[in-house]
Design a protein around this ligand. Structure first.
Ligand code: GTR
Length: 398
């Protein structure tokens, strides 16, 4: 009997200990991630809204119905419930001044352009620096706000870099974003804050990317069909929204944009709608906060934002240790966007399972998960440029 009890105890330990060990290994959160829900087994069951079903229940079966009906409907839903409606498009008195002191070397051209949003040349204004490889013909560029890669890396591969700091027109600060930002500038003077469906800071940053684009399409040194937008993290969220709205951006690159950028918020993994709205109340509009505790009622999820790029290519990168940004949620969002690319006869990622770290996948939806922490690295840039090369070279040969 004693032996039997001993044997049973040993078996129990043999079963329990390894399963506990693997559980604790799975839930060991890499350094640098804030407190959050990081347990895949606690991700709730959820239903994603179908990008190919209109709000009235009708199916979308061809590209015409997508372009004329579903696309505008989705843009309107994201605008109403998430990013907010801008008060202006291209302002009447929008103008720019190209600084006459361009620097031209054997291998590069550097220009500085200031964009002005009203009649006068005071604030609001945005300084843009453009660094281009000198090739004798118009070049493709990456447009990047605030956190950007090194220009020489891009130049060595034939790409130019257009850089600016969107915080010049709207500070990234919950207390002063509205009062010291571009939204207030266009509002009636007695307004104290934006209303629930009006634009937040991310929409303001996206809006200014389109104003940068307004200039770039006039610059003879730039190939206007090869203007990419790239954003890292919070500026990745802005790049996604800018790319969805403004189809002049040829390819959208979103690096670790996480919640509100390119991941499925219904998963509740890492940064959630509630957490982002509490920490950064200025980023999104007032309506978005109504979904803090009922994300499954949102009429959108972020596979739909990815789908809004179709049939233009889009690239989503993640980092293995950036659990806050939910790399798996981004992969799943990309998978769920593929049906819209398929309408156009384009392939999405060409894989059904999430690829291991440091393997690049995708035709029209590119994806990789870099090893390491949250950041925009030269490894990421190398893969972004390979993806751009593959699309631009195939365009050139068409
Ligand atoms: C975090 C924020 C994320 C991400 C990141 C960043 O604090 O929670 O959504 O945008 O900042 O911009 O680096």
């Amino acid at each position: 009997m004693r032996n039997l009890i001993f044997d049973c105890a040993v078996w129990v330990l043999l079963i329990i200990i390894p399963s506990r060990m693997s559980f604790s290994q799975q839930t060991k959160v890499p350094d640098g991630n804030p407190r959050g829900m990081y347990d895949e087994s606690r991700v709730p069951r959820y239903n994603l809204p179908d990008p190919l079903i209109l709000s009235n229940g009708e199916g979308v079966h061809d590209t015409i119905a997508w372009i004329e009906k579903r696309r505008p409907e989705l843009l309107n839903l994201f605008e109403t419930y998430v990013y907010g409606k801008p008060a202006v498009g291209r302002p009447e008195h929008f103008h720019w001044i190209v600084n006459p002191d361009s620097e031209v070397t054997d291998s590069s051209i550097t220009k500085r352009v200031t964009l002005y949003f009203s009649e006068n040349d005071l604030w609001p204004k945005l300084d843009v620096e453009i660094v281009l490889p000198r090739t004798g013909k118009p070049v493709p560029v990456f447009v990047v706000s605030t956190w950007y890669p090194d220009a020489p890396l891009l130049l060595s591969r034939g790409y130019g870099l257009v850089r600016y700091d969107a915080r010049e027109i709207e500070p990234d600060d919950k207390d002063s974003a509205y009062t010291k930002g571009i939204r207030k500038f266009f509002d009636p003077p007695d307004r104290k804050q934006a209303t629930a469906d009006e634009w937040g800071t991310i929409a303001a940053w996206s809006w200014v990317a389109s104003r940068v684009m307004d200039y770039l399409v006039t610059d003879k040194n730039i190939d206007s069909n090869k203007i990419c937008i790239l954003g890292f993290s919070r500026f990745g969220k802005a790049a996604m929204w800018a790319g969805a709205l403004d189809t002049r951006f040829a390819i959208v690159f979103s690096c670790e944009s996480g919640c509100g950028g390119a991941t499925i918020v219904r998963r509740g993994f890492g940064e959630t709608v509630r957490l982002i709205n509490e920490q950064f109340p200025h980023w999104f509009n007032g309506n978005f906060k109504k979904f803090n505790d009922r994300v499954s009622d949102l009429p959108v999820d972020w596979h739909m934002l990815i789908a809004l790029m179709a049939p233009r290519p889009v690239y989503l990168s993640t980092a293995e240790d950036d659990w806050w940004g939910d790399p798996r949620g981004t992969f799943l969002a990309a998978k769920a966007a593929e049906s819209v690319f398929a309408l156009f006869g384009e392939k999405g990622m060409n894989v059904s399972e999430m690829p291991p770290p440091e393997s690049q996948v995708g035709s029209f939806i590119g994806y990789h998960m870099r090893k390491g922490r949250h950041g925009l690295t030269s490894y990421d840039m190398d893969l972004f440029m390979r993806f751009a090369d593959s699309h631009f070279e195939s365009n050139a040969s068409k």
